[in-house]
Design a protein around this ligand. Structure first.
Ligand SMILES: Nc1ncnc2c1ncn2[C@@H]1O[C@H](COP(=O)(O)OP(=O)(O)O)[C@@H](O)[C@H]1O
Ligand SMILES: [Mg+2]
Length: 445
């Protein structure tokens, strides 16, 4: 089948030497709802604007419906864009705003019927004679959607279309957009920095970081099999627990992952994934535990594959139907530096005083391939992102989700069971090494 939108090795720089989009390759199927997800400044809008023809493509190629489209004029692309700030003409009524692009496309024809049909579909018939200033934020966004839909485009590009709205309306319109685009069967590329929005809307989610595509897959696969620690940390609430660990694989004893003051003892016989960890012997790794991988229970009630650790309650976050408990387990949290920051700054990192070591050079080289190392594994004292804990006490390093029935208070020591079937291990560069890629059943990329 011909792809609706294909990007092959597409790059873009605004200033020489700094690529804001770096060799992006992405194929979008007809009728698919693809979400571009990433922190602010990672290049999402730039990608969208290149697809729309509002921004020139420096390198690589763009195909629309299988045809080379790098130089196609925006007006010839049959693409409709919806922006964050609604971009309605203030001096026109909703009717004229929706009909405007139709008039441009077919100057002699009366757009009335199509405007009315679109308004009916969106339930905004009674807003047609109002001006933008007389509309609420949500109503304006519906009119903006109407303007995009009325043209019967072959693709919608939506750039954070809901981020100026309040949470309740956002949820409502999110469902509306999802229903509408599916009903119309129009290929949609939707940009957001909100992972929950991405997960709830997308057929597939493409995660960008610093202009580099990290992973693309169904919401389920990017959550369950994140390719690296950045994707793991960016997706999911509460954020995945990331702890620094060291693999200990003695010749004559059980293999463990040391987490500072405690360790995870890997059950024998070792499963294949854990056998693969043996080559990491003595190395620092990052252990990823989603909140559902840990439960509060006594060691005696451990199921197969669960191992016991203890946590000191630091903080209890009551959320009604559930409680998030912040534990201190005596480990050090791993840092993912640019989760929220605009762009990584690899040159600064390369100039560290230990930049001469072989390990550092290797790390830099591997890291450069994917826009800088994903994680910093330096000593806490070296690391501006990792301030020393107050009075020698470590802050909470493990968040566990639980039902509200436990009466937990600050300072209590609580037994925890870690389900090793849900254990992620990432190497020093942040790449996932456990479970082995694509191990979970029924997960196709
Ligand atoms: N017209 C421009 N000129 C120079 N730099 C730009 C321009 N547009 C965007 N940028 C830069 O490119 C990077 C990516 O921007 P953008 O695509 O808007 O990111 P996002 O939409 O993910 O927040 C940012 O660092 C931004 O500052
Ligand atoms: Mg943007």
């Amino acid at each position: 089948m011909t792809r609706a939108i294909s990007l092959h090795d597409v790059s873009k720089s605004y200033t020489r030497g700094t690529r804001v989009v770096d060799r992006l390759t992405l194929d979008i199927e007809p009728g698919e709802f693809l979400v571009l997800l990433g922190p602010s400044g990672c290049g999402k809008s730039t990608v969208l604007r290149m697809i729309a023809g509002l921004e020139e493509i420096d390198e690589g190629e763009l195909l629309l419906d299988g045809e080379w489209a790098n130089d196609l004029l925006p007006a010839d692309r049959r693409i409709a864009m919806v922006f964050q700030n609604f971009a309605l003409y203030p001096s026109m009524t909703s009717r004229d705003n929706i009909g405007f692009p139709l008039r441009i496309e077919a100057p002699g024809e009366d757009p009335g019927t199509r405007v009315d049909a679109t308004a009916r579909m969106l339930g905004i018939e009674d807003l047609l004679d109002r001006f933008p200033a007389q509309l609420s934020g949500g109503e304006r966004q519906r009119v903006a959607m109407g303007r995009a839909i009325a043209r019967h485009p072959s693709a919608f590009l939506m750039d954070e279309p809901l981020s100026n709205l309040d949470a309740k309306l956002r949820n409502h319109l999110r469902a509306e957009i999802s229903g509408l685009t599916r009903k119309l069967g129009v290929t949609t590329v939707y940009v957001t920095h909100d992972q929950a929005e991405a997960m709830s809307l997308g057929d597939r989610v493409a995660v960008l970081r610093g202009g580099v595509l990290q992973q693309v897959g169904t919401p389920r696969s990017v959550y369950s099999l994140p390719r690296n620690v950045f994707v793991a940390a960016f997706i999911g609430t509460p954020r995945i627990n990331l702890l620094r660990g060291v693999v200990r694989a003695p010749l004559d004893g059980a293999m463990t992952i040391s987490l500072g003051k405690q360790y995870l003892r890997l059950p024998e016989p070792l499963c294949l994934d854990h056998q693969l960890l043996r080559v990491q012997q003595g190395r620092e790794v990052i252990v990823g535990l989603r909140s559902e991988a840990v439960r509060i229970a006594k060691p005696a009630s451990a199921r197969p594959g669960e191992v016991h650790i203890t946590g000191l309650v630091e903080h209890v976050e009551f959320q009604g139907h559930e409680v998030l408990v912040h534990f201190n387990t005596g480990s050090r949290p791993a840092v993912v530096p640019d989760l929220e920051a605009p762009r990584p700054a690899p040159p600064v990192r390369r100039r560290r005083r230990d930049s001469g070591s072989v390990l550092e050079r290797l790390r830099n080289r591997a890291g450069a391939l994917r826009a800088g190392p994903v994680v910093a594994l330096e000593h806490p004292a070296d690391d501006a992102h990792d301030p020393a804990p107050p009075e020698g006490r470590l802050p909470g390093d493990l968040i566990v989700r639980t039902t509200p029935d436990f009466d937990l208070r600050h300072g209590m020591h609580v037994p925890l069971l870690v389900d090793l079937a849900h254990l992620f291990v990432f190497d020093q560069h942040g790449d996932r090494i456990c479970p082995a890629p694509a191990r979970l059943p029924d997960l196709e990329e």
